[in-house]
Design a protein around this ligand. Sequence first.
Ligand code: ZN
Length: 644
Amino acid sequence: MRENYDNGKKYSPELALEQLKADLISELPPDAQVSKVVFEGPFVVLYSLNPSVLMESGEIVKGLAKSLRKRIVIRFDVSVRRAKDEAQARVLEIVPENAEITNMIFDDELGEVIIEAKKPGAVIGRSGTTLREIAREISWQPRVVRSPPIQSQVINSIRKTLTNESDKRKNALINIGKRIHRPSVIEDEYVRLTGLGGFSEVGRSSMLLETAETKILVDCGMNVASRDPENMFPYFNSSEFDIDEIDAVLITHAHLDHSGMLPFLFKWGYRGPVYTNDATLSLMTLLQKDYIEVSAREDKLVPYNQRDIRRMVLHTIPRRYWEVTDLSNDIRCTMTPAGHILGSSIMHLHIGEGRYNLAIANDFKARKSRLLDRANTRFPRLEAIILESTYGGPRDAMPRRDDAELQLIKIINRTTKRGGKVLIPALAVGRAQELLVVLADYYQKKQLGRVPVYLDNLIAEATAIHSCHPEYLSQRLQDQIFNEGSNPFLCEIFKKIENDRRDIVSGEPAVIMATSGMLTGGNSVEYFKDLASDPKNAVVFVSYQAEGTLGRRIASGVKEIRSIEDGKMKMLRVNLDIHQIDGFSGHSDRGEIMNFFRELSPKPERIILIHGQRNKSQSLAQALTKRYHAKVDLPKNLETIRLN
Ligand SMILES: [Zn+2]
């Protein structure tokens, strides 16, 4: 850790805290009875014996936050909080029965009680009156969430970790807070960007952003399609990267090529904060756990363990879209919707009092999908933008969405009518849920027959997580779920696979959705082997099939594959129908990227293209330069560019 000096005296975070505390208390009304002021992660937390004074008139705190330029959170002091069983009983008395409370979870660290109810509006009351009454009566801050229609094991296990290890989390937040709120000591204003992975390639995304004061890692992925460790992990051995100097890690979204190596940082000793939102935290925890389980089963390299994942959970500070977060004394971050998968974010960084503004759109969808609204294009200021260019090639035009949907429905109807089964290898997160929403809709419209749609465990769990975070879904879906009472994820044809694979394979016509999406491992490969030789069946690829994967070989027409059964090599004939439907992508195609840039406001002077094959990025760069006269960079991994 670097040391800070102030006028030649050694800087002490404790002294700064004392000074800030004194400033704060002098400006607060005495009846707020502030007992403690603590830096917890990016927040200044005021513990109060009588916080209602501050909570009910938000103006005092707003004014303070503005003058101190810090984010202030108010909590009930531990000494005034009612005992949990008493508090719980009181909440049940106050809240009308028709709210249908299903669960209450007390968070000691935040002094919050999360009230899960089927009708959250009834807990809130008219203009929040019931909530305020609860706060006054029990001295815990109530937060209301809708009861999830499907329980998620991962979310429950994250909650358990946070409850069981709340002391560890608190210490971690205090240590992080000391570092974030240190005063600036260096005047220089450079901003540098180094590619550690996912520059001029797709996979293992990770980049280092550096100012004189701060080093931030954005994404920490792995290339799951690669078997060669040299191409699988980011360049953490580069001299630019020193784990002790990283102030914060940002995760744009949960896919393993953006989050898969994050627990490894904790194994390696990182103890700083991770910023992302709660949907991403749930989804990446699910994918990482699955990744290490599958790797262990298949005798592959397992780079970290469950304990490292738990450490990651304890150090993650979830932030919602549009909330501003101080990452350090010179960088602020705001996450905005990216339209790619649940929780995916375009990160907006506001550097050095806003003198340099950078947006990072690492995987985004510029057009709305069934699942999500389109990516945000409006920012307060923008000097540069980092853009993915996966489908930036001149011929990368995706078919129309409704055509893709009809094609899928036709294949399913045709195949199941002739007694066959349809295998859809899918990424567990994103594509699978998008397809489920499509299937539910066509089933409701009676354009899809009543065929069971089997979901493997991972897809079923990812779907449960989607149903627990409806606030990240598209407005249309939220209306459908909340106002029209029809939740597509609960459609009666969807069935989690509980029975033996062989029962499904030898059973009635069905759709089977299984991971992985490129037949690189997992259930989809097993189902593929079972279904491949029967010409009645079909396989539908709905995502990009990377070079070297079994999916790519099948999609390109290979008619025979080797398979190992009971230790013996067998040749397997591929007789089933093979389809590739491209229209469901969570990425933007060439036209969408150009449209995104057209709508981007304000227009940045500089564009940095990453996350794409070099020839595609080059072609996109030419188009962007021609149309917008922008300066476009195409850095490679390990290249550093100065942005300002
Ligand atoms: Zn992605």
